[in-house]
Design a protein around this ligand. Sequence first.
Ligand SMILES: Cc1cc2nc3c(=O)[nH]c(=O)nc-3n(C[C@H](O)[C@H](O)[C@H](O)COP(=O)(O)OP(=O)(O)OC[C@H]3O[C@@H](n4cnc5c(N)ncnc54)[C@H](O)[C@@H]3O)c2cc1C
Length: 411
Amino acid sequence: MKKVAVIGAGVVGLACASRLQMRGYEVTLVDPRDPGMYCSYGNAGCLSRASCVPLGLPGVLAKVPGWLADPMGPLAIPPRYALAIAPWLWRFWRNTSLGKVNAIADALHALLDPTVEKWRELAAWAGVPELIRQDGYAFVYENEAAYRGDALGRELRRARGVKIEVLEGGAVREFDPALSPAITHMVLMPEQGHVTNPLRLSQALAARLREGGARFVQQSAIGFEMRDGRVARVRTEGEAIETDAVVIAAGAHSKPIAAQLGADVPLETERGYHVMIEDPSIQPRIPVCSGEGKFFATPMEGGLRVAGTVELGGLLAQPNWRRADGLLHGTKRLLPGLTHGVVDRWMGHRPSLPDSKPVIGRAPAAPNSFLAFGHGHVGLTAAAPTAGIVAALVSGDEPPIDIAPFSAERF
Ligand SMILES: Cc1cc2nc3c(=O)[nH]c(=O)nc-3n(C[C@H](O)[C@H](O)[C@H](O)COP(=O)(O)OP(=O)(O)OC[C@H]3O[C@@H](n4cnc5c(N)ncnc54)[C@H](O)[C@@H]3O)c2cc1C
């Protein structure tokens, strides 16, 4: 039986390992943390097959000063990190022309559209089919101007076949009486999915992998030993793992490891926050995203999770919990009747590339090494489709979609 080492046991690594084990590979996962405990722990749970719209749209720069001026706004750049992030922001800006945006949207749509179906297969395999829901989700706006400001996003989605219904005024409250009467527009996307407990999903995959004989090595991968131009062993702080192939899925920490296999990628982290609200007196009927605040409020097992915001602050800085508190404040605007119990706060590192696309494909320096990281805002959504692509590549099969747009060599 052929061996594959997967570096990183976040939701992307776990999904890849699962697909590989299904194909008969002997899988070893290498991660210093418990499965699913890093960025994959705290996301908003949305399976956003509609998320073909990149973050960088034409005119985005004009909005940045307003966002930065608001301490509770959707974007923050701590001054000490402003210089370090500047080259990434430059590349980000260079991807905001309409031509680039359409090409990115095509690539993301091909990757993300099958997410619900692919996650249903994996969740069933792991014995937790109940975690995958397809109730739709909605963007909600508190004023007409903000709604109009997102028109291009709706156009890009509609052009790719995403179903969208718009409710206005009283119709919003008829759909969901928990929502504030101040909401003027609701953009409903009924085909979207969500996961009611992202950590339980990761843990279920890990348990099923263990049952199937996968080994979990609780170490950091630090390098590779090569033989005849191929990766022969993955070096960790403790042991060297013999392998026939390697998959790098170490999320926001993938850059230095991938560089050892010839991939020089501008990977950064967009830090995000959540508040987990226990015993909420009311919940939205389906996950809702504030059009102004860019955060999602998702009903989950264990309470209401409100997650979002972007902080370009690097991997090392301490969390700024005021940003999480801002999420709670924003939620009370959307759900004015909300009272609750304990609120738990969390910060996580999205692995992000400046064109909003992940890196998926073979690493340049060794034909038996594969890359699967940089999924940014859609890593939960993209994990299941990415896993199908990676398993096909490792097996020498044709991947199910064109992966040229996700090449590490595009930068
Ligand atoms: C606030 C917030 C809300 C979000 N909401 C959504 C959402 O609704 N829908 C969605 O699709 N996505 C969402 N995301 C994004 C999603 O959570 C991430 O894209 C996804 O979790 C990334 O998964 P990953 O497996 O690549 O990374 P991670 O979960 O970060 O896992 C990487 C793993 O690699 C390990 N690692 C690091 N270095 C090494 C090393 N040297 N050796 C071995 N292992 C290593 C780490 O310990 C970690 O366990 C959200 C993110 C945030 C922050």
